[in-house]
Ligand binder design. Structure first.
Ligand code: SF4
Ligand code: SF4
Length: 231
């Protein structure tokens, strides 16, 4: 049997898609596979994320336009990578897309995801400053990755500055109070309209914290969704 080639992820990482994981589809739990739609004809799943500021910096340099500039940039980048590295092979971008995909479940399997009190994934390296950007099915077999789980930093965090930084106390009591958080964010001139103060108070991975414009971009989107949800 010929040896599988290593995943050639350098150009993706340079473009800001610097969190990468390759799964053999056969090794995924059935429940996860069900969220992917029809996987016939594909052998592997590539999970891509961004960590830190690089993707945002590359996006700004690419002069972004449109309603979903990060998704558009990601899809363009993945298309170019597929054309170069897997010409003639079948592939399908599952996310971004219409179909809901269990991104956090994949993140857990990759060892990336632990739950932080403010309901964003966290790990010991990047803190909460990473996100899932693409899920791609491919008819190919790269060397599959092994999970590297650096543990949940919240378990050793005695000071819990995130809890104290949340103005309405939405993280108190060991559970996230969605109503308190969303109600506070929707108030006029809320300091949480364009960013989560609790997330920004977390010291883990602080060197990877997004630029203020990147934080504002993502929280403006979630605030718009909240407004729709409450309408
Ligand atoms: S401040 Fe502590 S408890 Fe809060 S998210 Fe960071 S590591 Fe976890
Ligand atoms: S967005 Fe504001 S209210 Fe909601 S959890 Fe973060 S700090 Fe608390």
């Amino acid at each position: 049997m010929s040896e599988r080639p290593p995943f050639p992820g350098k150009a993706l990482a340079e473009a800001g898609l610097n969190r990468q994981f390759v799964f053999d589809l056969d090794a995924l739990p059935a429940a996860t596979r069900q969220t992917l739609g029809d996987t016939i004809g594909f052998r592997q799943l590539i999970l891509l994320g961004h960590g830190g500021r690089r993707l945002w910096e590359r996006l700004q340099a690419a002069d972004p336009v449109g309603e979903h500039p990060i998704d558009d940039y990601t899809v363009r980048t993945v298309h170019a990578w597929l054309a170069e590295h897997l010409p003639g092979r079948a592939w399908r971008i599952v996310y971004p897309g219409e179909q809901p995909v269990g991104l956090q479940g994949l993140g857990k399997l990759a060892g990336w995801h632990h739950a932080a009190p403010f309901m964003v994934g966290i790990d010991a390296e990047w803190g909460s400053w990473y996100a899932y950007r693409a899920v791609v099915l491919v008819d190919f077999e790269f060397s599959a990755f092994f999970p590297v789980d650096r543990g949940n930093p919240c378990l050793n965090c005695a000071a819990t500055p995130c809890l104290a930084a949340c103005p309405p106390g939405a993280l108190a009591g060991g559970r996230f109070d969605f109503a308190a958080c969303s109600g506070f964010r929707l108030q006029a001139a809320s300091p949480c309209a364009e960013g989560c103060l609790a997330r920004q108070a977390c010291p883990v991975g602080a060197e990877h914290r997004y630029a203020p414009e990147q934080i504002a971009h993502s929280y403006r989107r979630s605030l718009a969704m909240l407004r729709q949800y409450r309408a």
